[in-house]
Design a protein around this ligand. Structure first.
Ligand code: NOJ
Length: 587
């Protein structure tokens, strides 16, 4: 059985809810016969459901873990930082689960040394993080003010990484736009943003480019555009259905190209770095592999996701299927032009080829079937423009986020898709991982071990297929603020105790397992890999004990930090009063 998951939403509702909806008579909930075996026909992924492959990665393959500024740094108003759209959005009532905010998050701003030692423990080759634009330029406009304390913070981080032989991979935009730019110009809805983003990027190249050699302009612009300006689930929370996401994405693509050219013409010769973009994409698999309509719908799903950004960057223009579908639907609505903006011929050639490497963020897969969406005249949205329905197989494991099902074979297919569509570019996997629920204080995360093991193995198979993958980034190093889900979903290799003001980190079992993969540069043989798993799960029980003792430890800390000094001060005061009293009596 396949279950309809999220026809009109970016993120699916839980299956139980969907079944309940279906019982309530919602007709678009589809229950289809699963035809997994039919999927084996793809010629470029013949072994798609093949058994585990033991083998190693090419030498020099880079292993890393990632984070982003707003999700981990905290220190939202410290040392001259300006407000970001996420500071403002998360402070509004009802926008985030439990009204959580990233105000202090993991306190990463104050824990560079601690966190770098966790990375060393993992033997990481690289660390992927992002720079908070308003921490460097509080209003977002460079001529207003550059905050040297912000520069200092990133200098420390970069220097610490390099001292420990960890390569920094830096993202310029991981969603935390300066609030001022949103208020004054409408943020990514306004073309003026291209100039301001370029100024910010140029400042980063100038101040950090002597040490940073890998730059991502954007992280997952799909989410920033769709969830920020179409559904409003993310900051800045605008619901400009049918147009907001397309316009925001249009400006992001232009901004990306401009920054690539700035690096190319002004810095590359001297700094010799690479600049790319990190795009996210779920894989979309046709429900019925023998049905041409489903095959086209699945292709559309991927084109409206990854292709929306990758096609202009590699080929100069939007995917034809997006132009056709959005153009046709706009005409049906009686609009004179398409809701999908167009690039001029000059813009096309300026944008084409602006990618030294492609960052890929990938977490999950959907089954896709054709579904005509006769939206009533006037109503339109990114989701209805695609004419498809997304389905999931309820047997797929989903330990954490509602939208995240573990489907390792989809990863290999997506990587092969990138190879075939964009001329086999150099790829860095910039995000891949799985979450668990907040209530889960279980450090023995064998389901995460399984996820990493299988996804990394599919990546290895893709490399054997000829896909040019150079590095892999586990998402994420730490548990952290998970956007509109607050702290309710934990992606970290390290558990963070958010109840404790010191935000201590505890290794989950997956730390041990990932470390072994890194140490062996892959999967040497079955016996060893099984041993790793067994030992990882054994060692985590002692971390579990430490974590369980944490309330006691924080209580003791409270006693030493507050109670003891208070009692001492009071005793001294009392002694002084008593002495004065004695002296007076003596007089
Ligand atoms: C992609 C986003 O870039 C990242 O910030 C987030 O934590 C993961 N998705 C998981 O939702």
């Amino acid at each position: 059985m396949l279950v309809d998951c999220c026809v009109f939403r970016s993120r699916p509702r839980p299956i139980r809810t969907m079944v309940a909806h279906s019982a309530g008579g919602v007709s678009h909930v589809l229950m289809l016969v699963l035809c997994l075996s039919a999927a084996e026909d793809f010629d470029w992924t013949k072994n798609v459901h093949s058994s585990f492959y033991y083998g190693t990665f090419p030498s020099g393959f880079s292993w890393g873990a990632g984070s982003s500024a707003y999700q981990t740094e905290g220190a939202w108003d410290r040392d001259g930082k300006g407000l970001s759209i996420w500071d403002v959005f998360s402070h509004k009532n009802g926008k985030i689960q439990q009204n959580d905010t990233g105000d202090s998050s993991c306190e990463g701003y104050f824990k560079i040394k601690d966190d770098v030692s966790l990375m060393k423990e993992l033997k990481l080759n690289h660390y992927r993080f992002s720079i908070s634009w308003p921490r460097l330029i509080p209003t977002g406009i460079k001529s207003d003010h550059v905050n040297e304390k912000g520069i200092q913070y990133y200098n420390h981080l970069i220097d610490n990484l390099l001292e420990n032989k960890i390569t920094p991979i830096v993202t310029l935009y991981h969603w935390d736009l300066p609030q001022f730019l949103q208020e004054k110009y409408g943020g990514w809805q306004n073309i003026s943003i291209v100039h301001h983003f370029n100024e910010f990027a140029n400042l980063c190249f100038e101040r950090f480019g002597n040490r940073v050699k890998y730059w991502n302009t954007f992280n997952n612009p799909w989410s920033a555009a769709v969830e920020g300006y179409e559904t409003g689930e993310h900051a800045p929370g605008l619901k400009l259905r049918g147009t907001g996401a397309y316009k925001a994405a249009h400006h992001m693509i232009k901004a990306h190209a401009k920054v690539w050219h700035t690096y190319d013409t002004q810095w590359r010769a001297k700094q010799k770095g690479l600049i790319g973009i990190s795009l996210s994409g779920d894989w979309g698999e046709p429900v019925d592999i023998s049905n041409q309509k489903d095959i086209e719908a699945a292709e559309r799903y991927v084109q409206f996701y990854l292709g929306w950004f990758a096609t202009p960057i590699f080929h100069g223009d939007y995917p034809q299927v997006m132009k056709d579908f959005i153009g046709r639907k706009s005409a049906q609505q009686g609009l004179g032009t398409s809701r999908l903006p167009a690039f001029s011929p000059q813009e096309k050639s300026y944008i084409k080829g602006t990618c030294d490497f492609l960052g890929i963020g990938h977490f999950t897969t959907r089954y896709i079937t054709q579904k005509n969406d006769p939206s009533p005249r006037g109503s339109s949205s990114f989701f209805t423009d695609r004419d498809l329905a997304e389905l999931v197989d309820p047997r797929w494991p989903d330990p954490g986020s509602e939208w995240l099902y573990s489907v390792p074979w989809g990863f290999r297919r997506l990587l092969n898709f990138v190879k075939s569509q964009y001329g086999n570019p150099m790829i860095y996997v910039t995000e891949n991982g799985v979450s668990e629920k907040m209530q889960c204080t279980e450090l023995c995360d064998d389901w995460r071990i399984q996820y990493y093991k299988d996804y990394i193995n599919e990546m290895l198979k893709a490399i054997r297929d000829g896909v040019n993958v150079r590095g892999y980034t586990a998402w994420s190093l730490l548990d952290k603020f998970e956007w509109d889900e607050g702290y309710s979903e934990r992606f970290g290799l390290y558990y963070v105790d958010f109840r404790n003001k010191n935000k201590p980190r505890y290794p989950k079992a997956s730390v041990q397992f990932y470390k072994r993969i890194i140490g062996s540069n892959g999967f040497p043989n079955q016996r060893e890999v099984e041993n790793w798993k067994r030992r990882a799960v054994e060692t985590c029980s002692s971390s579990n004990q430490l974590l369980a003792a944490d309330p006691l430890t924080s209580h003791m800390e409270m006693v030493t930090e507050i109670v003891v000094p208070t009692v001492c001060t009071l005793s001294i005061l009392l002694c002084a009063v008593f002495l004065m009293f004695l002296l007076r009596r003596h007089d």
